[in-house]
Design a protein around this ligand. Sequence first.
Ligand SMILES: NC(=O)c1ccc[n+]([C@@H]2O[C@H](COP(=O)([O-])OP(=O)(O)OC[C@H]3O[C@@H](n4cnc5c(N)ncnc54)[C@H](O)[C@@H]3O)[C@@H](O)[C@H]2O)c1
Length: 439
Amino acid sequence: MAKNSLTRREVLAKAGSMAAAGAVAPIAKASGFTMIKGHSPNDKIVLGLIGCGGMGASNMRNLMNFSDIEVAALCDVDTNRATNDFKDVQNKYGKAPDFYPDYRHMLERKDIDAVIIGTPDHWHAMTFINACEAGKDSYCEKPISHNIQEAVRMASAQRRYKRVVQVGTWQRSTKEFTDALAYVKAGKLGKIVLCRAWISDGTRIGKAKPSAVPSNLDYDFWIGPAKMVPYQSNKVHWNWRWVLNTGGGLTTDWGVHMMDIALLGMSKGLDLVMPTEVSAEGGLFAISDDDRDAPDTIEAVYRFKDPDFVMHWSVGRDHPGKPGHGTEFVSADGKTVRVWRGGWVILDSDGKELPKEEAPAVSDHWREWVDCVKSRGTPKADLQSVAQTTIVCHLSNAALFSGEKVRWDKSAMDIVGGAGKNTSAYHREYRKPWKLPEV
Ligand SMILES: NC(=O)c1ccc[n+]([C@@H]2O[C@H](COP(=O)([O-])OP(=O)(O)OC[C@H]3O[C@@H](n4cnc5c(N)ncnc54)[C@H](O)[C@@H]3O)[C@@H](O)[C@H]2O)c1
């Protein structure tokens, strides 16, 4: 058994001691050099999972379908969350994975090649940069960060440590999105002047009073670099995305999927077009009897130059005649390509459907990452590219939270001037002792 890991029995039995385990762990020291391990196509890639929640576990199960993957270790700050994953990994490989309450101890292991980062958004930057420092590749969930400064730092870390990173924007690999994108990018819709992306939001997390932290959860570690607030049962697992201390609302949660498609369609390759100006209006107008603080109604407008177009992002109450989420490209002569999870259409200016075309098949999102880890290739949801989409999402929140028009400089990778900088979408003061690593 690896140092600092727990057996299954201990995972289940020692849940109460987790707070201590997390609190005393030293911060992993940056290695200062880049380890690039060569892999032959037949090599097994050994994985660790950080964050055994809904999406982390789902990614792990997708990857466990491949015979050249072995999951060796699990990590979560809540022992209850790892129980099913622990059993599944043990059944699949005939041996129990090691369990770590502190991801830094997992990263110290030399036999682990790569990690899946499935924590809530406020933990992505720390876990990702520490993984880069430890020489691990990663499959990192979206949005890549909780704010703009973290996204910029993560992109630097990936470049410095030369890591292969696929982000969980899996629409980049599914048929309807790739067919629609191929059509738009081939110029078949004509000149595009407007993109729209949207999501409907009716989520309630309910109301809960502060209460005692359950013994299975190391709440201090779960909060990590975010602001310490009293534990409320409705603000942790899954629901954290509607709480601005830990998430960014649906603009980051779904905007990163839907605006990503618009940006890809308007870009030549993975280096995305970026807006020059963003303004946004909205608030928490519809859902008042609830503990969420992320806005439920948002209208954001992005201006792009070279090419000239406008992108409209909406977190809305309804979208009559359309799916509850989606992306549209509108041409100069009023034709539209609309795409959503499950389908796509081409419409003339009267809304009549036009014939579609299929693009060549694309590789599976998870398989592509494994192949790139071996070949040191660049996967299609490379972190450099999804950092740009994530920043586009944060810019909408920066404009909304500040009430200002926010300007972006693509080459400086920063906001121009002060507007929007004094917001949680731009940066955060890390709660001590946590510190965003310098890169
Ligand atoms: N790609 C997609 O379609 C998709 C879908 C859902 C969620 N996601 C993303 O996946 C991520 C996880 O979302 P979720 O819905 O699974 O959340 P979740 O709350 O269900 O799971 C997160 C898990 O991480 C654990 N955790 C928190 N801090 C940790 C730390 N420091 N170390 C180890 N574990 C820690 C939590 O205890 C929890 O078990 C988010 O970034 C989310 O945006 C992506």
